[in-house]
Design a protein around this ligand. Structure first.
Ligand code: AGP
Length: 611
């Protein structure tokens, strides 16, 4: 069965001038959602003009360069396939003679509908679930006007979607619809838009509304009408987006990832200044959804890198507060048989704020009437809008698929939240609170110092090229950083890497160690330091090639260590943040040496909006 599940980006523009160039520009911004294939459709001379390609938007741009598409109304799409080969036929838009559709989501009953339509004699061109939408609307248009046709079609669909639809015979409108997948609507002079997120619309407008589930919109170049799930006309709030986000081009950097690594001293400084009142030496976090003294437990949930930040924060909460902490991977959390408790605070960590599993985990909490908080980078995102309380990380747009500055931002906000809860609950005294705030303020400078050790990291990177795999080891709060270092290396360089608690090696993974295998040891001078050194000896004895990263000022390097790196020391609590920097750069340089696509690693997408 060749069913295509898709996680994609969509765009639609209704204008008084040709739209194809702006569609291409927006699709480039949406490539973080998928980059397997791309396409657009515009209305020209009363016909639907479709252009598609497999691969990147760049390819589509070349096609358009050779054969430009006119038309003042158009829709576009970037796709990320989880099943089947991404090819031109399965690329969106999917068009009939009458109608053209772009879709983000999954139609779960597409096989059933397909059988029905085929038995009526209709023909399908692709293997996608989306084409059933095109054909259903085409059928409905025989007896209904466009909005009614779309409405009737949606009633037949099970699953999730954000849709953009244009019509051959109604050449001034685009219809948008949402159920389960995000859809933003943008307003401008003589031009209106729909898009999977506000970021795709940013260069064209900062006035945005968001469709809620079940809602539809009809845009012309100078008007937008909204409808609820019973097709009653409704009004929507217009948000004006902030201008404060950092510039979104690579500037002097070779890759977005490198730029984002280098931005971290600034993004972390911004983040700290958003939360810390330097004069009063206080953290200005207020309006807790649960009175801090009444919080029974904190449950932290995220995916991938965001999960690693939750795991790091667990160590902080345990160290500084008396609150019980539980952590979970969102795709596990959402299916567990949980005992929800109204005294628990459920915190969802996500850069994009659109990750499907994290969003579903949040929805589950909402259904169970418990208080939710989100720690996100994109404040206009679904997760931010759906949670009771939002703590933004203020990292600016992150383009590189491998998360760097957002990870450090998540850690920083989690640490700040932890300090605030600790002082409000009197789990720490005022002196400790102020000391920790003072150390926190030194963090941006210390991060800058870590970045300056880049040339040493480049030497280290070479060690990975001929190796079978690698191990990243740490104890305590360095363990989640070992996981994060291994995740970065895997996703960027396609080399196998394992992150492990150093103390766990002898329970199995030590068998992997052989002559020359690169082993990264994270050994800050904390209470685990000596134990980590012993674990390192066990690895050395079996031939592992040690790359040692520490903040210990005294010389702990010896002839058994192939490479040593020293990061600055502020206090033990902040060491996981500083240890992250060399690991980000290591993954970057190994990927460079292997000629991998640093900003868009194979098989991945920036925002994982399918389950
Ligand atoms: C990080 O480098 C990864 N690309 C990935 O693990 C990511 O952190 C994860 O998909 C969660 O994304 P989110 O933060 O946008 O929810």
């Amino acid at each position: 069965k060749n069913k295509k599940k898709i996680m994609c980006g969509i765009i639609g523009i209704a204008s008084n001038k040709p739209v194809s160039i702006n569609i291409i520009n927006s699709l480039k911004k949406l490539e973080y959602r998928g980059y397997d294939s791309a396409g657009l459709a515009t209305l020209t001379d009363d016909s639907i003009n479709e252009k598609k390609c497999s691969g990147r938007v760049e390819e589509l741009e070349k096609i358009l360069f050779k054969a430009p598409s006119n038309g003042n109304i158009g829709i576009g799409h970037v796709r990320w396939a989880t099943h089947g080969v991404p090819n031109i036929i399965n690329a969106h838009p999917h068009s009939s003679e009458q109608v053209s559709v772009v879709h983000n989501g999954i139609i779960e009953n597409s096989d059933e509908i397909k059988r029905e339509l085929v038995s009526k004699g209709l023909k399908f061109k692709s293997q996608t679930d989306t084409e059933v939408i095109t054909l259903l609307i085409t059928e409905a248009l025989k007896e209904n006007e466009p909005l009614k046709s779309v409405y009737k079609t949606l009633k037949k669909l099970k699953g999730s979607f954000a849709l953009g639809i244009i019509f051959k015979n109604f050449s001034n409108i685009i219809i948008g619809a949402r159920r389960g997948s995000p859809l933003a609507v943008g307003y401008s002079k003589e031009e209106n838009y729909i898009g999977s997120d506000s970021y795709a619309l940013k260069s064209m407008t900062n006035k945005i509304s968001y469709l809620d589930d079940g809602e539809l919109c009809v845009l012309t170049k100078d008007q937008i009408s909204f409808y609820d799930e019973s097709l009653k006309k409704i009004n929507k709030k217009i948000h004006t987006m902030s201008e404060s986000e950092t510039a979104i081009d690579k500037g002097e950097y070779k890759h977005f990832m490198l730029k984002e690594i280098y931005e971290q001293p600034i993004t972390i400084k911004n983040c700290i200044s958003e939360y810390v009142d330097s004069l009063k030496k206080n953290i200005n976090i207020i309006n807790f959804p649960i009175e801090p003294n009444n919080i029974n437990k904190i449950v932290l949930v995220g995916c991938g890198t965001a999960y690693n930040s939750c795991l790091t924060a667990k160590y902080w909460f345990e160290e500084l507060t008396t609150i019980d902490v539980e952590i979970d991977i969102a795709s596990e959390f959402r299916y567990r048989k949980l005992k929800f408790n109204s005294k628990n605070l459920y915190i969802f960590v996500s850069q994009s704020g659109e990750t499907a599993d994290t969003a579903a985990a949040l929805d589950l909490c909402k259904k169970n009437n418990v208080k939710t908080c989100s720690i996100v980078n994109v404040i206009e995102s679904t997760i931010a809008r759906n949670s009771d309380w939002v703590l933004p990380i203020h990292a600016g747009t992150e383009i590189g698929v491998a998360s760097t500055k957002a990870f450090l931002g998540q850690l920083t906000v989690l640490y700040i939240l932890c300090l605030k809860l600790a002082i409000v609950r009197k789990d720490i005294d005022e002196r400790t609170y102020v000391k920790n705030i003072n150390n926190l303020k030194k963090l941006p400078e210390a991060i800058k110092e870590c970045i300056n050790i880049e040339s040493n990291v480049q030497l280290m990177a070479k060690e990975f090229l001929s190796a079978k795999g690698s191990m990243f080891l740490g104890r305590g709060s360095s363990f989640p950083i070992a996981l994060e270092g291994a995740l970065k290396l895997k996703e960027l360089s396609y080399l196998h890497a394992e992150g492990y608690p150093a103390g766990e090696m002898k329970h199995g993974p030590l068998a992997l160690i052989e002559e020359g295998l690169p082993v990264i040891i994270l050994a800050p001078k904390d209470k685990y330091f000596e134990k980590t050194l012993s674990n390192m000896q066990e690895v050395i004895a079996r031939g592992g090639k040690i790359l040692f990263i520490t903040d210990n000022k005294k010389d702990s390097l010896n002839e058994n260590i192939r490479f040593g790196l020293r990061v600055p020391h502020l206090d033990n609590l902040l060491s996981p943040i500083l240890l992250t920097l060399p690991l980000q750069m290591l993954a970057y340089h190994v990927a460079l040496l292997k000629n991998c696509d640093v900003d868009k690693p194979r098989n991945l997408a920036k925002s994982v909006t399918v389950e």
